[in-house]
Design a protein around this ligand. Structure first.
Ligand code: NAD
Length: 438
């Protein structure tokens, strides 16, 4: 659905009114295109992450190295800050340059996970970085983003896929996030543009909306994608799978034999899957007192229990290849709660619980499990909302607009990346830094 307000605000008359009346001003976001280049990056700070980061940044295709080019990204290594007084280094680095950041620019602060710091003073200072980054995200505007990446000691070399994602247009609608990277053996792809060549990905709920976008992005990244959806969506499912030269798999995830059928499908057709994306989801909105039992249980069953049942069989029967990835789609509703969505928010908070509770066991097998939590994404689901609710959802974030299915898909592709082995147990919001649950 088109965002008529955004189109108007970008027109000549609209620009005038938006400025004059101080109305929300949705910028045109820079999204990834093949051959995308990074702009000039300024790197500051002097901790254990500065050198590895410089090494990574030196490898990136950088556009416009000329002196006249405005800085596209500011990256600051704050891992050397061991007490609150040292936080002034943030001010010293960012204050002179922050206003000259290009539209759709990037701010990335690298730090040490507070829980792994050796002193309370250091942990305090590292925790303080969250407030800094979230505020910068709200200040920079014009489509720019700000993120904090906590890198555990020993994980210095595991940051490349994350830095590439955050610096690029792939992270257009991700801002104000705190990402944790732990030590991992990093599987560096031959081709960073096609890291999933030779791999099989399964995407549930792929017949339309966000699922179809995930299938398309994973295909672009080189994967063979198995598109799974209910038999009733068979026609759309075949169309999506055919366009992507993937495979269509009709399966109702709530059927008693679904885990068995899925396991047999993987074992016989592909031996194993490399990426499994739990995207299928439903809503049955009603306030709690008016919700019938079937509406409650259908949502918990599709959105949460089916993921648990499938993960159980994937792990029990070793159906994920080495360096395999599970990515679950949660929702900002699972973080903030939402009126009329007790069932949905419970299921989506449960998905976060599932990811966090299983990350340790999954890591022991060399796999990862993470969740994305989309905010307001332009889909059929959000198009059906009452106009005021829809407008509120669109504007109450740092981008003053809804995200697109591709924004969720790009984030999932980063988590599914073979070089993202250090990113485990994370919940990353794709919400344009929504004020809900912030
Ligand atoms: P959608 O309704 O357009 O697509 C969901 C797909 O899941 C459909 O194709 C549907 O047939 C499939 N599905 C439902 N039940 C199934 C079952 N039992 N077995 C197999 N497939 C089943 O929804 P969407 O907007 O694309 O959302 C995709 C995911 O993103 C969902 O998990 C949703 O909760 C989540 N999400 C969406 C938004 C948003 O703004 N659209 C925001 C936050 C989270």
């Amino acid at each position: 659905m088109t965002d008529r307000y955004a189109s108007f605000a970008r027109s000549g008359a609209g620009r005038f009114l938006v400025k004059r009346l101080g109305l929300p001003d949705p910028p045109r976001l820079r999204r990834y295109e093949q051959g995308d280049e990074f702009g000039p990056v300024a790197l500051g700070g002097a901790g254990r992450l500065a050198e590895p980061s410089r090494h990574i940044l030196d490898k990136l295709p950088v556009a416009g190295r000329g002196a006249e080019e405005r800085t596209a990204a500011l990256v600051f290594d704050a891992s050397g800050i061991t007490g609150s007084a040292g936080l002034s280094a943030l001010y010293e680095f960012f204050h002179p340059v922050i206003r000259s950041l290009r539209p759709c620019g990037r701010v990335i602060v690298l730090g040490s996970p507070p829980e792994l710091c050796t002193s309370a003073r250091e942990a305090t200072a590292q925790r303080a970085l969250e407030g800094f980054v979230r505020s910068v995200g709200k200040e920079v505007g014009r489509g720019s983003t700000a993120q904090l990446v906590y890198v555990a000691p020993g994980a210095e070399e595991a940051t490349e896929s994350t830095l590439r994602f955050l610096l690029s247009g792939r992270s257009a609608y991700v801002s104000g996030q705190v990402i944790r990277i732990g030590p991992a053996t990093v599987d560096v792809p031959d081709d960073w543009d096609q890291p999933l060549v030779g791999k099989t990905a399964i995407v549930t709920g792929a017949a339309r909306g966000i699922g179809a976008a995930i299938a398309a992005v994973l295909t672009r990244e080189g994967a063979h994608v198995v598109c799974l959806d209910v038999p009733a969506a068979g026609e759309d499912l075949s169309r999506v799978a055919n366009e992507l030269k993937g495979t269509a798999l009709q399966l109702d995830l709530t059927a008693g034999d679904a885990p068995r059928r899925l396991a047999d499908f993987i074992a016989t057709r592909h031996v194993h899957a490399d990426v499994f994306v739990h995207n299928a989801g439903i809503t049955r909105d009603k306030t709690l007192g008016r919700m019938d039992e079937a509406q409650w249980s259908a949502v918990i069953d599709v959105n949460l229990e089916s993921q648990e049942r499938i993960n159980d069989v994937l792990l029990a029967e070793n159906l994920l290849g080495g360096n395999g990835r599970i990515v679950s789609v949660s929702s900002v509703a699972g973080i903030a709660g939402n009126r009329g969505q007790t069932n949905y928010a419970t299921s989506k908070a449960g998905v976060i619980g599932l990811v966090q509770a299983t990350a340790g066991a999954v890591a022991e097998r060399g796999l990862t499990i993470n969740a994305v939590a989309p905010g307001f994404i332009e889909t059929r689901m959000t198009a059906a909302m009452p106009v005021f609710v829809r407008e509120g959802g669109r504007r109450l974030n740092s981008m003053s607009q809804g995200g697109l299915p591709v924004d969720v898909a790009e984030t999932i592709a980063w988590l599914a990346h073979p070089a993202s082995g250090g990113v485990n147990g994370n919940v990353v919001r794709v919400c344009g830094q929504s004020l809900l649950g912030a």
